[in-house]
Design a protein around this ligand. Structure first.
Ligand SMILES: [Mg+2]
Length: 195
């Protein structure tokens, strides 16, 4: 359908901001320096910017759900000066060994595909034209489970997992920076590898 949008699904920790392991203070949010410009280019190219993040710190009692939204608002505040905004946030607060009511075997914790499926419906997305960028095996497997194109960055935790990801999923492109992933996406869009 022609009114369908395309999206870049973005992992948060290790892709947009430094991974500080269960971020629990707004002051610890640090956006990677090349991310604002990269997001701006994607947005100018017509992509919606959609964060998909596992936040089991909620289930573990490290921080409330409200804090996850506050982090999202803070990131958008920091991005404002670069004239770019993240469009949507989807997060999974669950973990099987967490505290009730979050101790569920859910279908939204990455690599399960429910967050992307929900975004597809709510935002009227064409998944074939959409891309997932992450720094973990679970991000790559999310892309595979949701049947969309995935990209692994070696920022964040990607450095330690890229070898095994390359071995198990040889078709997944791996890049050392957000900028290079954006270059790749824009080039692929230009030559219609992505619709
Ligand atoms: Mg990550």
């Amino acid at each position: 359908m022609s009114d369908q949008r395309k999206a870049i699904f973005l992992d948060r920790d290790g892709v947009l901001i430094h991974d500080v392991h269960y971020l629990s203070k707004l002051e610890d949010i640090q956006i990677y320096p090349d991310v604002p410009k990269g997001l701006r280019r994607l947005q100018d190219f017509g992509y919606l910017l959609v964060v998909v993040t596992n936040q089991s710190g909620v289930a573990r009692g490290y921080f409330p759900q409200k804090f996850v939204r506050e982090c999202h608002d803070r990131i958008n505040q920091l991005l404002e000066v670069h004239q770019v905004q993240l469009d949507h946030l989807y997060y999974c607060p669950h973990h099987v060994s967490g505290l009730p009511p979050y101790n569920l075997k859910c279908d939204c914790r990455k690599p399960a595909p429910a967050m992307i499926q929900q975004a597809e419906k709510e935002l009227n997305l064409c998944l074939q034209a959409s891309v997932m960028i992450g720094d973990k095996r679970s991000d790559v497997e999310l892309a595979i489970n949701a049947d969309i194109k995935g990209i692994l960055l070696t920022t964040g935790q990607g450095a330690s997992t890229s070898q095994s990801v390359a071995q198990d999923y040889p078709s997944i492109p791996i890049f050392p920076s957000f900028t290079q992933a954006v270059d790749y996406i824009i080039e692929a869009t230009d030559i219609s590898l992505l619709q």
